[in-house]
Design a protein around this ligand. Structure first.
Ligand SMILES: NC(=O)c1ccc[n+]([C@@H]2O[C@H](COP(=O)([O-])OP(=O)(O)OC[C@H]3O[C@@H](n4cnc5c(N)ncnc54)[C@H](OP(=O)(O)O)[C@@H]3O)[C@@H](O)[C@H]2O)c1
Length: 342
């Protein structure tokens, strides 16, 4: 039996869902993999941090943060000065990073992940920023230190995209992909079909916690472009920045256009695609009208779908129904187990 020490950088919706999932899966992980775990550190932005090499009571940590309290009462160390100080002081084998995404530079998450790898920790993130801004650098650094840099939850939450190509599709060449990858806009288009104005659809997405106070990252297609960039960078092996994706959001799609499409048995979808063309790749995020014969037609609400076309299996699609922090947490749990059992 081996024991793995776990540290959390970020204990928000995703971090806490992962904490709950770890508690629920503790017996299964022991039975199936002969692995036990101990949480040795948790760091947040405004809820303090705790480090205890003997083990932090995870259930108690969940209660404290959900009640708006600080974690510092669970610590047997002086409070770290910052996130980097926390990682250096925390004895751990795996760092789970789930802090808010920084689309422009991926920081400070990239520095957190680098520091973790330099301290021989496997680095697991749900954050798209480090994948699009530092995938190669972090992967090489992980290899140098005999560790893994895994990020399954960065695109389509817990659905296995990156690990499917890594583990189940050796030597497969990805020619193109096409799908719906942004939940907020897909839900907004559904709400407009049901009679909401554009503003009401935004307000609804905000009220259920999937759209930011400033929803432009979703509406203008940035979130979708970041996901396209991550898939192209990792699965096609071509570094592509989000700004290089040809991008149109859904601001031009009026409720009238949605109703007109409905009358014609069609739907507007914010479609993400990329296609290899020689040594290059063409990539795009843009609204498209799809008919009932398209697999995208039935992808409703917060669900998503991607179809990959490879040179060995033809088309292969993955659908994720109603994702949330719990599915994102599962992607991180799977990354943790895949990293430590190899
Ligand atoms: N929510 C989802 O379903 C989902 C799905 C896929 C990917 N993701 C990605 O997962 C990440 C986390 O999402 P979330 O919904 O859990 O966000 P969240 O609820 O806002 O939680 C963010 C956490 O990070 C902490 N934090 C903020 N800045 C920090 C810093 N500089 N150093 C250390 N900790 C810091 C926050 O602490 P305080 O609260 O104390 O300030 C909080 O614990 C994001 O990158 C997101 O894009 C989320």
């Amino acid at each position: 039996m081996s024991e793995v020490r776990l540290a959390f950088m970020g204990f928000g919706n995703v971090g806490r869902a992962l904490g709950s999932l770890l508690l629920r899966k503790r017996e299964d992980i022991l039975k199936d993999f002969d692995i036990t775990f101990r949480v040795t550190g948790i760091a947040t932005g405004r809820h303090g941090a705790a480090i205890d090499p003997h083990g932090i009571d995870l259930a108690q940590a969940l209660v404290l943060v959900e009640g708006g309290d600080s974690l510092k009462t669970l610590s047997d160390h002086p409070a770290p000065r910052d996130g980097l100080d926390f990682i250096r002081a925390c004895p751990a084998d795996v760092l789970f990073e789930s802090i808010p995404v920084n689309y422009d530079r991926g920081q400070p998450a990239i520095d957190y992940l680098k520091t973790a790898l330099e301290h021989q920790m496997h680095a697991v993130t749900a954050n798209k920023g480090p994948v699009v801004h530092a995938y190669r650098e972090l992967t090489d650094l992980a290899a140098l230190h005999g560790c893994k840099f895994y990020f399954e939850s960065a695109v389509m939450d817990g659905a296995p995209l990156f690990s499917m190509f890594r583990a189940a599709l050796p030597a497969a060449g990805l020619r193109r992909f096409r799908g719906v990858l942004n939940s907020t806009t897909n839900l907004m288009l559904k709400r407009m079909e049901e009679g909401d104005s554009f503003e009401q659809a935004v307000a609804h997405a905000q009220s259920i916690g999937i759209a930011e106070t400033d929803p432009s990252g979703d509406i203008d297609g940035w979130d979708a472009a970041v996901k396209v960039s991550a898939l192209v960078t990792v699965l096609m092996g071509l570094p592509l920045k989000p700004a290089q994706v040809d991008r149109t959001g859904i601001r031009g799609i009026t409720p009238e256009a949605v109703q007109q499409a409905r009358a014609e048995h069609k739907r507007w979808k914010l479609v993400c695609m990329a296609e290899r063309q020689g040594q290059d790749v063409v990539s795009r995020v843009a609204p498209e009208l799809v008919g009932t014969d398209s697999p995208l037609y039935g992808v409703q609400g917060t669900s998503s779908l991607v179809t990959f076309e490879t040179d060995v299996l033809g088309e292969l699609s993955i659908v994720e129904e109603n994702p949330g922090p719990h599915t994102t947490a599962y992607g991180m749990l799977a990354d943790f187990l895949n990293a430590v059992r190899q």
